[in-house]
Write a protein that binds this ligand. Structure first.
Ligand code: SF4
Length: 179
């Protein structure tokens, strides 16, 4: 049986919770915000519309039974400066991938999501094929997931101070591999 507790303490995780995938809240309202307020909309494989409709994303997530919600933190001079904030995403992604590897070592299959859009390439190849499909991690909000609601529900701090970026990660996992 998969046990997150056996490895989570080895990583720089601020807070975490394990829940059932069906408890994760999805909403079309999040997609509306992507469409009307985010400059990454239509520019990345990790964002809409490339990730599919919200109901498709939800269905994809619910193929996994469990979800690991977690945060990491990075220190910056000003968290309101997007470029400075985004520069710290690779470290969070590295932790996310490492957690997936730990889960996979225990026999699980994973689907990882992360805060913000994928930053692996300086300019995303979209709509040309993704250059690193095995490495790119879609944005949590791009799936229509209400991150603030998850944070409230599990008592996870969303904001610390102006010098701290809090990164959210969400890994759906199932214990039995499907053929
Ligand atoms: S790996 Fe590159 S091409 Fe693929 S989603 Fe990320 S930025 Fe875009």
């Amino acid at each position: 049986m998969v046990s997150v507790e056996t490895f989570i303490g080895e990583y720089p995780i601020c807070q975490y919770a394990v829940c059932k995938a069906r408890e994760i809240p999805f909403s079309e309202k999040v997609r509306h915000i992507c469409r009307t307020e985010c400059e990454r909309y239509g520019k990345s494989w990790s964002c809409p519309p490339a990730v599919g409709e919200v109901n498709e994303c939800r269905k994809r997530c619910l193929e996994y039974e469990n979800a690991l919600v977690f945060t990491t933190a990075a220190q910056v001079s000003d968290a309101s400066v997007l470029a400075e904030t985004l520069a710290t995403r690779p470290e969070h992604e590295a932790v996310t991938r490492a957690l997936c590897r730990e889960l996979e070592k225990q026999g699980a299959e994973c689907l990882a999501l992360s805060s913000e859009s994928c930053q692996i390439c300086e300019t995303c190849a979209y709509p040309q094929p993704c250059r690193f499909p095995g490495k790119a991690i879609p944005c949590i909000e791009s799936y229509g997931i209400l991150v603030t609601q998850i944070a409230e529900r599990y008592g996870i701090e969303f904001y610390s101070d102006i010098h701290t970026v809090t990164w959210f990660g969400l890994i759906f996992f199932r214990e039995e591999k499907r053929l």
